[in-house]
Design a protein around this ligand. Sequence first.
Ligand code: ZN
Length: 44
Amino acid sequence: MYKCFSCQQELDMKDVEKRIICTYCGSRIIVKKRPNVSKKVKAR
Ligand SMILES: [Zn+2]
């Protein structure tokens, strides 16, 4: 999942791969959105 850094809209991966540009606002700053998986690592 990709997200526009400028307008925070979620972008379709197909569109982004075709052209790295926000289809909503035309921004070229696209960030990869990570699913909310918080891994707990035990530090020892
Ligand atoms: Zn945008």
